[in-house]
Write a protein that binds this ligand. Structure first.
Ligand SMILES: *Cc1c(COP(=O)(O)O)cnc(C)c1O
Length: 415
């Protein structure tokens, strides 16, 4: 069950296709983990990267700054809601989450309010694989039991979506506010923790409770950011402005590793001081890498001049039409669609193992046999294609999901 076949060898990408060394060409249903929103090898991003490569691939960001980072910070501030306007650039989503958590904790420290070092987060959440990020993940997903003693002890609650869980959340925030720096959450859609959805009213409720108890709110939009849920940022649908937002994944249009934590004026001002000990204690070597920033600027240009959000709306409608009927198949627990993401949750079977009990390897193999790149995890088969996908290619993905789920349900796919 835990054996996994060797990875397929990718030799090239183009548009919505991944080319393998055996000559096959797979239609990509994953956007390479949420990243390739404009499809692969977009000529405009490539051209901008070549320009930046010729001029300055990298320079340190301590004591020096550069236009790609300054312009990107300004453009992100213009696009983000409210006064989210001070950017800290790093190289991966996990590190952006670490930085956001440090910012929140040090914000309170700098005001002399000691002891506010814990975080509240949610079951089903995923925030990355470094140690602080892991500590706010779902306890199973984040392997909290295995790493007891290594991970900080956080307060992890059910998503407050009904009266009982809302009461539980309010009560926990009231009780722990004195020791909590911030609430950390993925708005509207929890991604790698299981593709679970909640409504905008839940995000608003969380913001209100945080405000009532002077607890900061970090929205982790590393997966949801840049259009995936239908608006450029998911928080727009909730009309909520967090104190800090984290972005990565589609930030560079799926080309280079770059992430950012963006804070509001209030958070930023909490670090303005003549005392060097009050500066934000973080400075990665490749901070604000100019190539990454150039790719992100090119990606933002594409969002500005190509109809990405309209494409997401079309994908959403086609996913709804195509995947909803699968809910009738025996063993299918639920079909969930939000923006350019569609997930089919399957019954994990009688003996869930680390993979949740599904014959993941057999499912994945069947997908590549059908000429598509779809990678189920846990108990979820999901599609999150590049936004530029044609309706013909999207239908190929949807039909493949239908065929594989049917085969699994009929017992044709075993571990
Ligand atoms: C992927 C992800 C991360 C971690 O990003 P990495 O670049 O893999 O470190 C954090 N939060 C969310 C919501 C993610 O989807």
């Amino acid at each position: 069950m835990l054996t996994e076949s060797a990875p397929l060898k990718a030799v090239a990408t183009e548009g919505v296709h991944i080319h393998l060394d055996d000559g096959r060409r797979l239609v990509d249903g994953t956007s390479s983990w949420w990243t390739a929103c404009h499809g692969y090898n977009h000529p405009y991003i490539r051209a901008k990267l070549v320009e930046q490569l010729d001029r300055m691939p990298h320079v340190m960001f301590g004591g020096l700054c550069h236009d790609p980072a300054l312009t990107l910070a300004t453009r992100l501030a213009d696009l983000l809601p409210g006064d989210l306007n001070h950017a800290f650039f790093a190289e991966s989503g996990s590190v952006a989450v670490e930085v956001a958590m440090k910012m929140a904790a040090q914000f309170w420290l700098n005001q002399g309010r000691r002891g506010r070092t814990r975080f509240i987060s949610f079951l089903g959440g995923y925030h990355g694989d470094t140690l602080a990020a892991m500590s706010v993940c779902d306890p199973d997903e984040g392997m909290h039991r295995m790493f007891t003693g290594l991970l900080a002890d956080q307060i992890i609650l059910p998503m407050p979506v009904d009266e009982a869980t809302q009461a539980q959340f309010s009560e926990a925030v009231a009780r722990h506010a004195h020791e909590v720096a911030a609430v950390v959450m993925e708005p509207l859609m929890q991604g790698a923790g299981g593709m679970r959805l909640h409504g905008p009213e839940t995000v608003r409720f969380i913001r209100e409770v945080c405000d009532a108890h002077e607890v900061l709110l970090i929205l982790d939009e590393i997966a949801t950011g840049f259009g995936r849920t239908g608006t450029l940022f998911a928080c727009e649908q909730a009309d909520v402005v967090p104190d800090i937002i984290t972005l990565s994944k589609a930030l560079t249009g799926g080309t280079l590793p770059l992430s950012v934590a963006v804070a509001t004026t209030t958070i930023f001002e909490g670090f303005l001081s003549a005392d060097p000990l009050k500066a934000l204690m973080h400075g990665p070597t490749f901070m604000a890498n100019p190539m990454g920033c150039a790719a992100a600027l090119a990606s933002l240009d594409l969002f500005a001049r190509e109809p990405r959000l309209a494409q997401v709306a079309q994908i959403e409608a086609q996913l709804q039409r195509g995947l909803s009927p699968l809910a009738e198949i025996p063993g299918v627990i639920e079909v969930r669609v939000k923006g350019a993401m569609g997930a089919v949750q399957l019954h994990p079977g009688p003996a869930p193992d680390l993979d949740g009990g599904l014959p993941l390897d057999a499912l994945r193999q069947r997908f590549s046999d059908l000429g598509v790149w779809v990678r189920p995890f846990g108990d979820i088969v999901y599609l999150m294609p590049p936004f530029i996908i044609s309706d013909v290619d999207l239908q190929i993905l949807i039909d493949a999901v239908g065929a594989v789920v049917e085969a699994w349900s009929g017992g044709a796919l075993a571990a």
